[in-house]
Design a protein around this ligand. Sequence first.
Ligand code: BG6
Length: 515
Amino acid sequence: MAQDTRDSESVESRFLESCEVPEYDFNMAPFVLVIFGGTGDLSRRMLLPTLFGLYAEGKFSRECHIIGVGRHGLSDSAYRDMVGQSVRDAGEVKSSEDVASFCSRVSYLQADAGRAESYKEVCRRVTEISSREETASVVYYLAVPPKLIEPIIEGLFGRGLCGGAANPKVVIEKPFGSDKGSAVKLNSFILKHFDESQVYRIDHYLGKETVQNILFFRFGNSIFEPLWNRRYVDHVQITVAESIGIEGRGGFYDEAGVVRDIVQNHMMQLLALVAMEPPAGFEANLVRDEKTKVFRAIRAMSEAYIDKFMVRGQYAGGSVGGERVCGYREEANVAKDSNTATFFAGKFHVDNWRWAGVPFYLRTGKRLRRRSTEICVAFKQPPLRLLGRSCDIIEANRLVLSIQPKEAMSLQLNVKQPGVGNRPYAITMDFDYGESFDVRTRPAYERLLLDCLKGDLTLFARADATEAMWDVVGPIISRWDETAAKDFPNYAAGSEGPAASNRLLESDGRAWRPI
Ligand code: BG6
């Protein structure tokens, strides 16, 4: 071997011990999963079909108990009918026997989350199962609006359900707070009742296969990491473009807006995966430490900076994929003069040794031309125009990681056009997941639910990270709340966003990749 960096047995064994991710143990111990919001949209569209898929594939113990908790008065059998319908609607069903078998593991509990009394029955059922099956782990999944998180945890705590031998886990959905203050308050409330190691703050982006590939790709290949820094990278673009609108969630969205909905969580996570340092190992806290450092290194923004380098937009009516759609202000439960942004573009600086001087441009929006989430690492031009004047038009190398709906990677390079002269020709080397692997796109929740059951926190946000992410975006939200946008709506549905978004890059001599 020409060079062996693993030059001592002890170093090698440390990394094998800490970095090897074991295959799932299909005989995972039995568990009790209590889903608060068990009849809600998230449960019906996402959680129950995903659980069913895992169950049908034998990916976890058949000795599982799923208790849906909701306000509606339903019998167990009516709830099972609803569950069966949800999994069929999601198109996950190969055999109706599987559905019947899965539904037999499901029961229902009618409860008002705000009433302490409701937790008596939760306690009775959970205790009864845990005492019968001693090894059963217990998970409380809070698929509920944010205002119910505290009452539910309070209720569980009141019955002694947050601790004990089962060492239960609690899963909290986004949005995690609505600003830094509320996130700090929520974290401190949760951590009064649970230990951080029991808390799974979910961001479904982290469960996507292509998102997990970012770290794998960076640290599994030796050729890119030496280039992954300010010396070779000109800038980074991260785009989360959606063609859908607000999908009937006007009440929520008009309060939240694009920065709370996407930038504070999904986009910050993508940025962290691109920018973070190699962790000292792949244990959850080592990975989460590195991500948190990135959030802390993002340059704080003054009002003047926000006004100049952060762009907001709101969609007007238009046409998406050939279909006429209304403007944001015409959506149900949205104020007719709403100041809420549905589009965001901005320039961020990660002020650390690796990234000083490299802008990270982030862009996301609803009702854009098409759905496309991708990360583009744009490398610098060669240092010298050695190849003559034609090199004025040479395209800089770009590495594009396509997250969805296309799951792919491409590297843009230059070759010489055949013939006399030095005329460059841009080529791309492409890799497409679908062509190389015979796997369906797995729902992000699948991986996250399994990790939670297994007790692996790597893909879940830690308290300090959620607060640090709010530190980054909080000033933008406040500034935009204080100053009404005078030009809303400023982009047509089906377009690539407002003109100011293009100007943001043009003024730096750069351009967005087309959506
Ligand atoms: C959710 C947002 O977190 O992510 C939605 O609340 C958004 O507004 C969705 O549409 C996007 O998720 P995905 O996986 O479709 O990119």
